[in-house]
Design a binder for this molecule. Structure first.
Ligand code: 5RP
Length: 233
């Protein structure tokens, strides 16, 4: 599968993804992230599956589940596999000093956070354009909210200082997550204290989950034009 060629960063994403796929060993329970970088990782795991590597996986989106199934990768659920050995996922921004993240521009943040929270190791794969000194400078914080009363929820988010936009899909319809909810993209600008903001967002009635991933990252594999770098928490 090669649907990522229009992305000028695709080759770097692929290199980071392949490096991470190498961390998956026989018998592991693996979290499969979502997005174009994760798609390269699933593609590589599919190749290794075809060569005989056996593991099982919990996907973070219907899209990743479909891709994994197309390679024959065995999918399981938390009911039988409550602990994940390694979760590999992309990110929209990685804060250099803390390895805190913004995720969810692809819309899978809720399942991504559940899978990351259940994982012994959470490995993030990015190209170097995702590294920032402070979260929020370039991308909004995606916040998954219940559809019921969403304009009221949006007002509460604005009261925290965000400029809020409702996520639309490519056809201009309201974007609906795998969980049947909507996403409000919250533009805060550079976030001085992302841990505090996460706590504030969590307290807003109507918020289901946010794309701030604080203190969860074990390691970041960064692909640069000069080679791969590993950043550890
Ligand atoms: C999806 C995500 C993705 O990991 C994030 O958007 C990065 O995507 P890509 O690898 O396509 O740049 O959080 O919800």
């Amino acid at each position: 599968m090669s649907t990522h060629n229009a992305d000028p960063r695709a080759e770097l994403k692929r290199q980071a993804a392949i490096e991470a796929a190498d961390m998956v060993k026989e018998g592991m329970v693996v979290g499969l992230g979502s997005g174009s970088t994760s798609a390269f990782m699933i593609e590589e795991l599919g190749r290794r599956w075809a060569e005989g590597l056996r593991f099982c996986a919990i996907p973070t989106s219907e899209h990743s589940a479909e891709q994994a199934r197309s390679h024959g990768i065995k999918l399981v659920t938390f009911a039988t596999h409550p602990e994940i050995d390694i979760d590999i996922d992309g990110a929209d921004e990685v804060e250099r000093g803390t390895l805190n993240l913004i995720k969810g521009l692809g819309g899978a943040l809720f399942r991504e956070k559940i899978v990351a929270a259940a994982s012994r190791r959470f490995v993030v794969v990015v190209d170097d354009s995702k590294l920032v000194d402070r979260l929020g400078a370039r991308v909004p914080v995606p916040v998954e909210v219940a559809s019921f009363g969403w304009t009221s929820t949006a007002r509460r988010l604005e009261a925290l200082g965000a400029r809020v936009t409702q996520r639309l899909d490519r056809s201009g319809n309201v974007f609906v997550t795998d969980g049947g909810n909507m996403i409000l993209d919250c533009h805060f600008g550079e976030i001085a204290d992302s841990e505090k903001l996460q706590l504030q967002l969590d307290r807003v009635v109507g918020v289901i989950e946010t794309g701030l991933f604080i203190g969860r990252t074990s390691e970041v594999i960064v692909a640069t034009a000069g080679g791969l770098q590993r950043l550890r928490a």
